[in-house]
Design a protein. Structure first.
Length: 475
């Protein structure tokens, strides 16, 4: 038999042998529980049923349900990668100023940690302001800052380090202007509702023309919304949109050229474009009717390219028309040359030699106008099979083509000292990199449809390619 004494059973109330070890874990468990509660509190403080507040009468409101997510989505696009790869200085100054003002190098994660998801940027009479729903960190920082802050004459407004700030219903409002803060705290201030799209940014411009746009980064960088421009609707789809055999630098297709003229006049009231057109036709001794833009059923205007082979850059135009416009019956000048292209009779009138002429040809259904005889020969008869587009206006802008032309012209201007305060070296360092980034952004497409007393628009970047990895390759 064993001499060992039998183990006594644990008596109720007696200390367990595991208690000393368990006591050592109590502080750590308490800290973890406290951190978890702080995490829950931080999330609750950042959550809200609205995006924020803006002053009544603000001319611009930019809002996001989740700025950090929209920021990350934008950074993942090929367009952003191209800009940062080719022209990192393009955004450098704005990033540097934000870092100097706050002492923090902002990223989507850092922004969310300090200021939460909700974001509203407003502009009132030229004064900007931000509205955010921060968590514990920003609330603790503002509580400490209030010790050194000065009270502004406006109620609820505090001043510190050149900034004014105030609180409303858990939202922090910051602006260089105390008047902006006071207006955002007033009862008449506007409540900005949530859009329901976490990866988007909503832009509401109350100027002329007014527009409400949503910018989204996935699956491609796109803009959707409404613009206050009276665009006449169509009963039938456009058939000339995107039908040019070669991708133009710029294409505008719509029901009538009248729409394009009115749109340009609204956006650029001082632009003398139409006067220049009339003067050019007067020089050519071609009688252009003053109401030539009226009556067309469909038109497509294209800038095919810009000839930069000589000092004077010469654009290459083409325009196709359908309908009853007087331009379809444009009378040839006395010294014009009769000609036939692909079985279509017409005429052309040289102006600046081969590079600039007025060429007209076609039939009763479709009339083509070009600025070069070779352009007419290349395109006549090739626009018949157009794809139907259920839009009232179509715009295409080849950013790569534009960048190539712009770089050539800007370099030439710099060589001849035509750019104020910029020499050749400055141009290569500060302007050309931005155009290099633009060159790879692809083609900007815009389609518009009449509705809501204005027009609904959908714009997107097509074929933007991410930067290639040139850091090296294994063999």
């Amino acid at each position: 038999m064993s001499d060992a004494e039998p183990q006594k059973p644990h008596e109720p109330g007696a200390p367990s042998a595991y208690m000393p070890a368990l006591r050592r874990w109590v502080p750590l468990i308490a800290v973890l529980c406290g951190l978890f509660l702080l995490y829950l509190l931080d999330g609750a403080l950042k959550d809200s049923d609205v995006a924020g507040f803006a002053p009544n009468g603000a001319t611009l409101v930019v809002a996001s349900d989740d700025l950090g997510r929209a920021w990350r989505e934008l950074e993942s696009t090929a367009a952003h990668q191209r800009v940062m790869d080719e022209a990192p200085l393009f955004l450098y100054n704005a990033v540097l100023e934000a870092r100097k003002a706050s002492g923090i190098r902002w990223t989507p994660e850092r922004w969310g940690r300090w200021f939460g998801k909700r974001f509203v940027l407003g502009r009132l009479e030229g004064r900007p302001g931000l509205c955010m729903r921060p968590g514990i960190l920003a609330r603790a920082a503002t509580a400490l800052a209030r010790i050194a802050a000065n009270r502004a004459p406006q109620e609820g407004v505090y001043l510190i380090a050149g900034l004014a700030y105030g609180w409303r219903d858990g939202f922090l409002i910051v602006s260089p202007s105390p008047e902006y803060i006071s207006a955002a705290l007033a009862d008449a201030a506007e409540t900005i509702e949530l859009s329901g799209r976490l990866d988007s940014v909503f832009i509401d411009w109350r100027g002329d023309p007014a527009c409400q746009l949503t910018v989204q980064s996935t699956p491609v960088l796109s803009i959707d919304g409404w613009v206050d421009f009276d665009l006449p609707g169509r009963d039938a789809p456009l058939t000339l949109a995107g039908t040019w055999p070669e991708e133009p630098l710029l294409e505008v297709t719509g029901s009538s050229a009248e729409e394009l003229i009115e749109l340009v006049a609204d956006l650029l009231p001082d632009f003398p474009g139409m006067e220049l057109v009339h003067r050019a036709f007067q020089e050519l001794e071609v009688e252009l009717p003053r109401d030539w833009a009226f009556g067309t059923n469909e038109f497509s205007l294209a800038v095919m390219s810009v000839d930069t082979s000589e000092f004077l850059a010469v654009p290459e135009f083409a325009m196709a028309l359908r309908g009853e416009s007087d331009l379809l019956r444009l009378k040839p000048p006395r010294d014009s040359i009769r000609h036939e292209w692909a079985g279509r009779s017409g005429w052309f009138r040289p102006w600046l030699g081969e590079k600039m002429s007025v060429c007209v040809a076609g039939d009763e259904d479709l009339r083509l106008f070009t600025s070069r005889e070779r352009t007419m020969a290349r395109y006549i008869g090739r626009l018949e099979e157009g794809r139907a587009t259920d839009s009232d206006l179509f715009v295409s802008f080849d950013l790569g083509h534009f960048s190539s032309v712009a770089k050539e012209l800007i370099r030439r201007a710099a060589e001849h000292e035509l750019i104020p305060h910029r020499n050749v070296a400055d141009t290569e360092a500060h302007i050309i990199p931005a155009l290099d980034a633009t060159e790879h952004l692809g083609i900007l497409r815009l389609e518009a449809k009449a509705g809501g007393g204005g027009m609904y628009v959908h714009a997107f970047l097509e074929s933007a390619q991410p930067p290639s990895n040139t850091t090296g390759s294994g063999t």
